[in-house]
Design a protein around this ligand. Structure first.
Ligand code: SF4
Length: 258
């Protein structure tokens, strides 16, 4: 499973602010996308949501970017609202990067890129990662780049070496609901945490086999939605739905049911 995404709570001590960015209802009729794979020009990116600070998906205070589109349909996926390849989620990459630079003023330890399937739009993902690299080098900031993918590691190595060269760490492989795990930041036991750079090795090696009884999960309620960030445990989302109902909040459309 790639992690559930949604807006974060303000329960992080010292958090100066929380910020989200999403692209909904972009009526660019010419926006190119097709079922199963985004054909997104490199100056655009199909984005479900961006949020800062994310503290449940990687070390420190992070930017979380959830890319839109996934054709893998893992049984039990809790992020089914990220599956669609409809072209209404395209966002100009410069706008997303400007938002990243703005929120990073409050401190940035890393950027986590999830989805959806980020590698379904390889040109946009590569452009995003290159831009983040350039920004990191120019700013002197020391944030790391962590990616998720539901694709098998051998296929990623064969097809996307340029993208992998720009990540510091990766959590690949599809979500297997029948292989639950306590491994930090992983949805199922088949998903390794792979450092891909010296920074990734230094920052992520200690977490490769780290287990946690209660994995971090951020939750917030806004005027319209209940948002969660992280890997929910078995039954957590149903419990959230039940407890919300007991408090008079009925969840309408949820991302963990088709
Ligand atoms: S790779 Fe699997 S778990 Fe991740 S968004 Fe796609 S269907 Fe869901």
């Amino acid at each position: 499973m790639k992690p559930a995404r949604r807006e974060a709570p303000s329960n992080h001590p010292g958090a100066a602010r929380h910020s989200s960015l999403s692209k909904e209802g972009n009526n660019h009729a010419h926006s190119p996308a097709s079922k199963g794979n985004h054909r997104v020009p490199s100056e655009w990116i199909a984005l479900n949501k961006a949020h800062y600070p994310v503290t449940a998906l990687g070390p420190g205070r992070r930017i979380g970017l959830w890319l839109q589109g996934c054709a893998l349909a893992c049984p039990g996926c809790v992020s089914q609202d990220t599956w669609s390849f409809a072209p209404d989620r395209l966002m100009p990459l410069p706008l997303l990067l400007a938002w990243c630079r703005d929120v990073a003023k409050d401190g940035l330890d890393g950027v986590t890129i999830s989805g959806g399937e980020p590698f379904a739009q390889p040109a946009a993902l590569l452009a995003l990662l290159q831009a983040l690299h350039d920004w990191r080098a120019a700013s002197g900031l020391n944030f790391d780049l962590l990616g998720y993918s539901g694709l098998p590691w051998p296929r990623l190595q064969a097809e996307f070496p340029a993208i992998l060269a720009r990540l510091d760490a990766l959590i690949p492989e599809p979500f297997h609901a029948h292989q639950p795990t306590r491994l930090l930041w992983r949805g199922s036991a088949n998903q390794p945490l792979l450092p891909l750079s010296p920074l990734g090795e230094a920052r992520y090696a200690p977490y490769r086999h780290r287990e946690s009884e209660r994995r971090p999960f951020q939750v917030v309620v806004d005027a319209e939605r209940v948002w969660g960030i992280g890997i929910p445990g078995p039954g957590d989302l149903e419990r959230l739905e039940r407890q919300s109902a007991e408090r008079g909040v009925r969840l309408g459309t949820v991302s963990w049911r088709g």
